[in-house]
Design a protein around this ligand. Structure first.
Ligand SMILES: [Zn+2]
Ligand SMILES: [Zn+2]
Length: 231
């Protein structure tokens, strides 16, 4: 048991972490995909409690950290990890985050917290810490974890540099904020709904059977089709 993060194991050596004391739109699903040689951490939460000691215990190999995009709910803990990657179009925000560029201003408030992450936590001092990327991601890039190979897909729309991650052999797709089973946002600064539609159409053609999203619960291909129709 961790005092802040909820940890849920999934099939195929996938672990989900989230921050239940912050609402499901104010915090994200953090995914850890374990392979025989390396582990991929997809997103890092809002950054108010130490994440890396927990990930060190759960990871089976050398850790690679991928940020699906630069919104605060996904990159808050990125500074804790050494090997960080993000799409080139959002690398500047990761390196020099502001309350506006990471979108936390106006979204994350004191009222977002159902409990305090620590005794010393003061919301007035909340910030997203700079975490310059060590590598930039491009569409089609492969991430080799040893016994599993993941593919990076650039799926702009919700944000310009949004990426999804496909585990083709397992039929699993990590969609981040391209599509999830809850209120979706395609009218934020930097969003483009037409791109979002094209991106989701592309994701629909990959044959994935299980979808692990950036927020809310995982779903199957049937639910994907229903949700995609509403974008
Ligand atoms: Zn987002
Ligand atoms: Zn998000």
């Amino acid at each position: 048991m961790d005092p802040w993060f909820e940890i849920t194991p999934f099939e195929n050596d996938v672990v989900r972490l989230r921050e239940p004391n912050v609402g499901p739109l104010d915090s994200c699903n953090i995914w850890l995909v374990n392979g025989s040689k390396a582990s991929l951490l997809i997103d890092t939460g809002i950054g108010v409690a130490p994440l890396s000691p927990l990930i060190a215990k759960l990871a089976t190999g050398r850790l690679i950290c991928l940020l699906t995009h630069s919104h605060y709910d996904h990159i808050g803990g990125a500074h804790e990890f050494a090997d960080r990657h993000i799409h080139a179009t959002e690398a500047e925000t990761l390196a020099n985050p502001t309350p506006e560029s990471t979108l936390w201003r106006g979204w994350l408030t004191r009222e977002s917290f159902l409990a305090s992450p620590s005794e010393s936590f003061l919301f007035d001092q909340y910030e997203v810490r700079p975490a310059p990327a060590h590598g930039v991601l491009s569409d089609g890039e492969r991430i080799d974890l040893g016994d599993r190979l993941l593919e990076v897909l650039h799926v702009p729309g919700h944000s310009p540099g949004l990426v999804a991650v496909l585990d083709r052999a397992a039929g699993a797709l990590f969609t981040s904020d391209a599509i999830y089973d809850g209120p979706m946002f395609f009218d934020l600064p930097g969003s483009d709904r037409q791109s979002a539609k094209r991106s989701v159409a592309r994701l629909a053609g990959l044959g994935a059977k299980v979808f692990h999203p950036g927020h809310f619960e995982s779903f199957d291909a049937e639910r994907f089709a229903e949700l995609a129709g509403g974008i």
